[in-house]
Write a protein that binds this ligand. Structure first.
Ligand SMILES: Cc1cc2nc3c(=O)[nH]c(=O)nc-3n(C[C@H](O)[C@H](O)[C@H](O)COP(=O)(O)OP(=O)(O)OC[C@H]3O[C@@H](n4cnc5c(N)ncnc54)[C@H](O)[C@@H]3O)c2cc1C
Length: 407
């Protein structure tokens, strides 16, 4: 590694022109750090504006240091969801255990954050929007790499050449597909599907999560404050991905209704609300595992390269840490090949540790058999009386290098 300070590429002294595909979590975070490192940054996002919606997400361990260095910790603390209880229910809605949420998540009180995904996306966008070019409502059509750079044809018809391109376009990354081949090669399915959406809070829930389980099925209501709406989750075991439903929201609603037919507690009302929801997010639970995260002048960051799945609760933290490490590597290596190698070396062990949390998450959120469910419930009853739990080492397993050098 050759520390160089300013971020230059093949032609020393000129600004690197970087295109980032995706304005979720990893994209704007990377844009922030690359701009600071002296790059000219463009972000292309297929949605017309930063995308709201989704279940609350966690920022923990090393990722909290990334957001502190970005100067957005105060806004995130303001947006922090202070959940007080997590109550687990049996098939009939009877209480199995009611615990402090951080005991289940292994989070650290006063340090780790949980925020609405839309709040994090909006805060990240706000911190870079004046310094970075955003192209909303567009996406990459073709990428053509040469010695000189990457020629990009956008769907809108515009054509531009960049020194580097980074795919931050999520789990189903088109950048990854165009560069490395079909998703099936890298997608490790976990055998579950999930639907998240918002619905009216007619349950009187406040600052709490309620989770209902039967073997292979989970339904959760998450009241992140005293809001009139709450986040609903319906998750279920499905060994083979429902390929057709993945592209068709109507089929997704039908599938969920079939799977949860006859379920107790508030589940029938949730299935009804799912029919009316206009913010449904449906996907299979899976991880992305790749032997390499870059090819030539194009690299991947966040879920596109190493989605850990919602069962780890670490998707956003890996995206934030990965973005920081990639920017740091580019700012300290004149040669992009060396930078991409340094990024991978630095982040891969952290990714592996966090992806490995998935079995634990599945055992807590979605036990598949009556025996596994009973085992989980016995553990929860023991946690009931615990005020705290040790933080998960994986969350903080990477010590960030010094700040990304400015030019
Ligand atoms: C609307 C939405 C809701 C979500 N809800 C949940 C949830 O409830 N639970 C959970 O665990 N995770 C959820 N996720 C995923 C979660 O945000 C990520 O795991 C994590 O934050 C990693 O962030 P990322 O930036 O790598 O990917 P993402 O947050 O997925 O961001 C990727 C961005 O790239 C954009 N994009 C995709 N394809 C293209 C393209 N071809 N061209 C241009 N732009 C493109 C997307 O619109 C998105 O803005 C959701 C993601 C989205 C987009």
């Amino acid at each position: 590694m050759t520390p160089t300070g300013p971020s230059t590429d093949v032609t020393a002294g000129t600004k690197r022109d970087v295109l980032i595909c995706g304005a979720g979590i990893a994209g704007p975070a990377l844009a922030y750090w690359l701009h600071r490192a002296g790059c000219a940054v463009t972000v292309v996002e297929k949605a017309g504006s930063p995308r709201d919606g989704g279940y609350p997400i966690d920022v923990r361990g090393t990722a909290t240091e990334v957001v502190r260095r970005m100067g957005i910790l105060p806004q995130l603390r303001e947006a922090h969801i202070d959940s007080r209880r997590c109550t687990f229910l049996d098939a009939d809605g009877g209480t199995v255990a009611s615990v402090v949420p951080r005991v289940v998540a292994g989070a650290v009180e006063g340090r780790d954050l949980e925020v609405r995904r839309g709040d994090l996306v909006a805060i990240l966008h706000a911190v870079v929007r004046d310094d970075v070019e955003f192209l909303f409502g567009d996406s990459i059509d073709t990428l053509d790499q040469s010695e000189r750079g990457v020629d990009v044809a956008f769907r809108s018809g515009r054509r531009r050449t960049f020194d580097l391109v980074v795919g931050a376009d999520g789990m189903h990354s088109a950048t990854r597909t165009s560069l490395f081949g079909p998703e099936e090669r890298f997608h490790r399915p976990l055998g579950h599907c999930f639907a998240v959406f918002t619905m009216p809070n007619t349950f009187g829930l406040s600052h709490e999560l309620v989770l209902w389980n039967t073997p292979g099925r989970a339904a959760a209501l998450y009241a992140v404050g005293d809001d009139a709406e709450l986040h609903a989750l319906l998750a279920f075991h499905r060994p083979h991905p429902p390929v057709d439903a993945l592209r068709d929201p109507g089929a997704q609603r039908d599938l969920v209704a079939r799977v949860f037919a006859g379920a107790g507690w508030e589940v029938p009302g949730m299935v009804g609300a799912l029919r009316d929801a206009d913010d449904l997010f449906f996907d299979t639970a899976g991880q992305i595992r790749m032997p390499h995260w870059s090819s030539g002048r194009v690299a991947l960051v966040g879920d596109a390269a190493y989605a850990p799945s919602f069962l780890t609760g670490q998707g956003s933290s890996l995206a934030l840490v990965g973005a920081y490490m990639l920017a740091h590597a580019l700012a300290t290596n004149r040669d992009h090949t060396a930078a991409f190698a340094a990024y991978e070396r630095g982040v891969r062990p952290f990714v592996a540790m966090n992806q490995a949390l998935v079995d634990n998450g599945a055992a807590t959120l979605l036990p598949l058999t009556a025996r596994a469910l009973e085992r989980r419930n016995t553990l929860l009853r023991a946690l009931d009386t615990m005020p705290t739990a040790p933080a998960r080492p994986a969350y903080s397993a990477l010590a960030l290098p010094g700040s990304v050098p400015m030019p």
